[in-house]
Design a binder for this molecule. Structure first.
Ligand code: F3S
Length: 404
């Protein structure tokens, strides 16, 4: 087949996928999208079949027609050797990235496109795939996206279109349940723990749970965004939640409060986070690594960690996951060097959930991420300690886990 007709075949395959999804969801038409975020990038997750699928699609020559970025892959592309990633795995990972680049998707390798310059506007339709990114885009930014799968996100990138249904529609964004929070939620880890509980409460709501949360607020200052993204990541993990409304905070909850409150047919009250701490903090044995940056850390998160370390040296590997672009910012400002002098490693392009942990000899971890604590035992058979960023930094300095 000639290249041009193959390229046509790539776009035709994309339209076939979108048409099938439209039929399944009863979408009346397609919406134009402003950006795409593609998941299914880690070779650890997609394996040989996924790689072959992407290489075949890339061979057709079609390219993204809207800005499209990649979710984390399975390895840091720059410092994989010093971190102990197996060369054979890294070679496979590079092939996945090459195939996606062939489809016109940028190798940002992050679940936080909004930290690397892709920030959709309020009301803008996008097609994002990673669950915490989807929840952030819908809830915090007020953009509109369903949770795409890897192939449907690529199909959206190649056509600039996605089926209009669920979270792309006004009625699909109405809350199903009021969640009244009656306990303090001071830290981002607590927000993740709250998100985990909310996800469990709304998971079985008809049509997919959308909470309208009252009684709690994020902290002010740079921790605000970290708190909000942890909240969404927690409920996206435990309940596949793609959108939350937070009274007085998220844009739709501010603009349409009365309409949203009336729409919610059920109500739950959360009086304590103890149940989620109990479910998520199940670590046993010696720590192999302390892992923070899930979702990927912002530059402000790095400065907070630096302050907590206060020049002290860590005793077990302390990995901070982030986008390469944020790492470059940290390098340019001296923050990376100061963190590395304390023994911390800034790990880009991957994350603790999608990296090949067994090959890295990692069995027991600590994290401040409810999402990571939720997935690591089932995905990797890992033993996980869960607590605040402060508890994680102290564990890295002490070399063992202890509640503060
Ligand atoms: Fe991002 Fe990986 Fe966590 S993709 S949200 S750092 S599981």
């Amino acid at each position: 087949m000639k290249r041009s007709s193959k390229a046509g075949a790539g776009a035709a395959k994309a339209m076939e996928i979108l048409a099938a999804l439209s039929r399944i969801h009863g979408a009346p038409d397609m919406v134009k999208i402003g950006s795409v975020q593609v998941s299914g990038v880690s070779y650890n997750n997609i394996g040989e079949h996924g790689l072959a699928f992407l290489e075949e699609w890339a061979s057709m020559g079609s390219k993204a027609v809207v800005p499209a970025t990649m979710n984390p892959g399975g390895a840091d592309r720059r410092i994989w050797k010093s971190l102990g990633f197996p060369p054979a795995f890294v070679r496979k990972q590079e092939r996945v990235i090459k195939a996606l680049e062939g489809l016109g998707i940028k190798p940002t390798l992050t679940c936080t496109p909004y930290h690397v310059g892709v920030t959709p506007q309020y009301g803008e339709h996008v097609a994002w795939a990673e669950s915490s990114a989807v929840c952030f885009a819908n809830s915090v930014l007020g953009a509109r996206t369903n949770r795409e799968g890897g192939p449907s996100a690529i199909a959206a990138a190649l056509t600039g279109l996605t089926p209009r249904h669920t979270l792309h529609t006004d009625e699909g964004r109405l809350p199903t349940r009021i969640i009244e929070v009656k306990c303090p939620v001071p830290t981002a880890a607590d927000a993740g723990a709250l998100g985990y509980l909310i996800g469990r409460l709304v998971a079985s709501d008809k049509g997919g749970g959308i909470p309208f949360i009252t009684g709690t607020q994020p902290p002010t200052g740079p921790e605000r965004l970290t708190w909000l993204k942890a909240l969404g990541a927690g409920m996206a993990a435990s309940g596949s939640v793609g959108l939350y409304h937070l009274e007085g905070v998220t844009p739709e909850a501010v603009a349409h409060r009365a309409k949203l409150v009336t729409a919610a047919k059920q109500k739950s009250v959360i009086k304590s986070l103890a149940a989620s701490r109990k479910a998520l903090d199940c670590g046993k044995g010696d720590l192999d690594v302390v892992a923070v940056g899930c979702p990927h850390a912002s530059f402000e998160d790095l400065t907070r960690i630096l302050k907590l370390l206060n020049g002290r040296k860590i005793k077990v590997p302390f990995w901070i996951f982030l986008a390469e672009q944020v790492r470059k910012q940290a390098e340019a400002t001296g923050v990376a060097k100061a963190l590395e002098q304390c023994g911390a490693a800034l790990v880009a392009d991957t994350c603790i959930v999608v990296a090949p942990l067994k090959e890295l000899g990692i069995h027991t971890l600590a994290t401040d991420s409810a999402k990571a604590a939720f997935y690591l035992p089932s995905h990797h058979g890992a033993s996980v300690y869960f607590g605040s960023l402060e508890e994680n930094v102290e564990a890295a300095l002490r070399g063992s886990w202890k509640k503060i």
